[in-house]
Design a protein around this ligand. Structure first.
Ligand code: ADP
Ligand code: MG
Length: 252
C-alpha cells in the first residue's frame, strides 16, 4: 500500500465529533506528485480529512500514513516540518509582520539570519510580492497578498507535500480567477504533491488534475473533471459540476 509512489494513505479512517460523523470510515491515497482536490459542500468532511493528514486531529479508528510514516504523536512533529499547510486567508498571526509570519519555522529551528533572508527572498519572488509588503502587518494587506504570504510560510521549509484549505476562498471573483492561474503555475513548477480543499468546482478544476467529491463525510466519487462531468455517479455530483466545474471560455 505505502511506498515511494504514495504520499498520503488513509486506511479505514473515521472521525466523529459527539454524534456527528465528520468522516465516515474512509480509504484514500494520494500518489507522489499528484494534485488532487477534495470538493464538496460545507460540512462534508473536507477539512477533517486535511486535519487528519496534518496530524492536527487523531482518527477514532484507522491509520493515517504520510510521506512513508504513520502519523503518531511521536512522528507528528518531524512530519509536520515536511508538510506545507495553507489555510483560508493564509491564517496569519495579526501581531506579526508578514516577514515574521513567514519566518516562524526558521526562527523556531534557529536558522542563521543569512539563510533565512535568502530563503524569504526566493519565496517572495516566487509568489510575486514586493519587498515592502513583507514589513506590513496582515491587516495592512489585501486578501490576495495575505494568501501569498500564507503560501510563502507553507513553502519555507521546502516541503514535498502541500495542503491547501480553501486557499482562495476569501477572495472576490476577479482576484480569485487570476490567483487560481498563478497558484497553479507555482505548484506545477515546484512539482510538489498537493491536496487541496474547495467548495468551488471551477477552482478544483483549475488547480487539480483529479477530484474527490465528498458529501456527508463520505467520498462519493473520484476522477478527473472530465470523467466526473461525463459520468457523474449521483445527481449531487452532476449538480456540483454543473455550477461551472468544466473549464469554460470565461475561465481561459
Ligand atoms: P468541511 O471542511 O467540508 O466544511 P468539516 O470537515 O470542517 O467540513 O466538518 C465536517 C463535520 O464535522 C461538520 O458537521 C462539522 O460541524 C463537524 N466538525 C468539524 N470539526 C468539528 C469540531 N472540532 N467539533 C465538533 N464538530 C466538528
Ligand atoms: Mg472546511
Amino acid at each position: 500500500m505505502q511506498d515511494d509512489t504514495t504520499v498520503i494513505s488513509l486506511a479505514g479512517v473515521r472521525k466523529r465529533y459527539g454524534g456527528v460523523v465528520a468522516l465516515a470510515e474512509t480509504d484514500f491515497t494520494l500518489a507522489t506528485g499528484a494534485r488532487l482536490a477534495l470538493l464538496g459542500g460545507s460540512g462534508s468532511g473536507k477539512s477533517t480529512l486535511l486535519h487528519l493528514v496534518m496530524g492536527l486531529i487523531a482518527p477514532d479508528i484507522g491509520t493515517v500514513r504520510v510521506l512513508g510514516e504513520e502519523m503518531t504523536p511521536a512522528s507528528m512533529r518531524s512530519l509536520r516540518h515536511r508538510i506545507g499547510y495553507v489555510i483560508q486567508e493564509g491564517g496569519l498571526f495579526p501581531h506579526l509582520t508578514a516577514r515574521r509570519n513567514v519566518a516562524i519555522m526558521s526562527e523556531h529551528l534557529g536558522w542563521e539570519r543569512d539563510r533565512e533572508k535568502k530563503r524569504i527572498e526566493e519565496l517572495r519572488e516566487l509568489v510575486g510580492l514586493t519587498r515592502d509588503t513583507l514589513d506590513r502587518y496582515p491587516s495592512e494587506l489585501s486578501g490576495g497578498q495575505r494568501q501569498r504570504v500564507g503560501l510563502m510560510r507553507a513553502l519555507l521549509l521546502d516541503p514535498p507535500l502541500l495542503l491547501l484549505d480553501e486557499p482562495l476562498g476569501a477572495l472576490d471573483a476577479v482576484v480569485r480567477r487570476r490567483l487560481q492561474k498563478e497558484l497553479r503555475g507555482i505548484i506545477v513548477s515546484l512539482g510538489k504533491s498537493v491536496l487541496l480543499v474547495t467548495h468551488d468546482a471551477a477552482e478544483a478544476a483549475a488547480l487539480a488534475d483529479e477530484i474527490v467529491v465528498m458529501a456527508e463525510g463520505k467520498i462519493v466519487q473520484r476522477g478527473t473533471i472530465a470523467e466526473l462531468t461525463r459520468s457523474p455517479k449521483t445527481p449531487f455530483v452532476a449538480e456540483l459540476l454543473g455550477d461551472g466545474g468544466a473549464p469554460t471560455t470565461e475561465q481561459a
